[in-house]
Design a protein around this ligand. Structure first.
Ligand code: SF4
Length: 355
């Protein structure tokens, strides 16, 4: 039976949910890697691996949602709670620009005290610099819709007018209500997450899709997640890339109950399954920043064609006790050693420079 699924993938046929679950549960590790690579090279025949130089800035860590896996958020009034003014945010971005970034990935906690104009002014102000503003995950858009009393469509119209062109598909964790109700009951639902990104795509705002795994989910939940984003991609074609990272257990509630973290093999299997299942996604990222450079490099042989972000600034994983750092030369050298040509890219996957 599993051989029949291998054969389908080998012949570039789409697999269904049941087949995806079987492949994830029973698929041979190296066979999955080979199949994922076959799919990768059909889409990207050149041996090029891209990456982006960007910064991940959080404008606030104040958040009323309190997800059990989150080490980053603070409650209003806590000593290290912060909200940046737009000029502080701009200063950080200008500093990162001096280090060569092309994109600013901007996300916050869900701070209900911030007025709607704060978000629009932020995008307008940052747009004046030459940086690409890649900002706001679906839960932030939902909050903007609530505080402004506008529909999601109206919010996207305003943000687009202000200069927003792309968005990170964060806040997804696992798109299965069984899991979300346990780990983030106050966060937006799966349906709402998908609805918001589908609307973003219809407004011409391209996004990524993400997944955080390695906590309480089962294989069925992972495939449900992939299936839901694949269905939206069939309708809109608006996802540029898929990025998975694993749950980090330090400094958060969920970490006290999750006994075993994932292994490098678990991560590589997820990269391979994502490449195979998401047959309508062009780019699958190897998240070296969450897995470390060695696993990031190996992921390039399990279907990934992009090394993701260089992240001049990163706070969320750092708070959860994990920090991977690398210079541009180091990432380029890792890619070369893995047998590929490194290429620096923009947010919309245009190559700026080959190494
Ligand atoms: S993950 Fe996001 S929404 Fe959840 S508590 Fe952390 S900052 Fe808030």
């Amino acid at each position: 039976m599993i051989e029949q699924i291998y054969e389908k993938v080998f012949n570039f046929e789409r697999i269904n949910r049941d087949e995806g679950v079987k492949l994830l549960k029973k698929g041979d590790f190296l066979t999955l890697g080979k199949l994922a690579n076959r799919v990768r090279f059909k889409k990207h025949p050149e041996r090029i691996v891209t990456f982006i130089l960007d910064t991940n800035i959080n404008y606030t860590n104040i958040c009323y949602v309190g997800c059990s896996f989150c080490a980053f958020y603070r409650k209003q009034g806590e000593p290290d709670a912060f909200t940046l003014s737009i000029s502080e945010l701009k200063e950080k971005i200008m500093e990162a620009q001096r280090m060569g970034i092309t994109t600013a990935l901007i996300q916050g906690g869900l701070n209900p005290e911030l007025p709607y104009e704060y978000y629009l002014d932020m995008v307008k102000e940052l747009k004046k610099s030459s940086v690409h503003v890649h900002a706001f995950s679906p839960p932030e858009i939902d909050l903007m819709s609530k505080i402004s009393k506008k529909t999601v469509d109206e919010v996207f119209k305003d943000l687009k007018e202000a200069g927003l062109t792309t968005m990170p598909g964060g806040g997804a964790e696992i798109l299965s209500e069984r899991v979300r109700k346990k780990i983030s009951p106050k966060k937006i639902s799966t349906e709402r997450w998908l609805e918001i990104l589908e609307k973003a795509h219809k407004h011409g705002i391209k996004t990524t899709a993400t997944m955080m795994f390695g906590h309480i989910e089962k294989e069925e939940d992972i495939i449900e997640h992939l299936d839901r984003v694949r269905s939206v991609q069939d309708k809109t074609g608006g996802f540029t890339a898929f990025i998975a990272w694993d749950f980090k257990r330090e400094n958060n509630e969920l970490g006290k109950t999750v006994k075993n973290g994932i292994t490098g093999i678990d991560y590589l299997k997820i990269v391979a399954i994502a490449r195979i299942y998401l047959d309508n996604f062009d780019n699958i990222q190897a998240s070296w920043a969450s897995q470390g450079k060695g696993i990031g490099e190996l992921a390039l042989h399990f279907g990934a064609n992009d090394m993701g972000s260089m992240l001049i600034e990163e706070n969320v994983m750092k708070e959860a006790g994990f920090r991977a750092e690398a210079s541009v030369d180091e990432i380029a050298s890792l890619i070369k050693k893995a047998g590929f040509t490194p290429a620096l890219r923009t947010t919309d996957y245009k190559v700026i420079k080959y190494f």
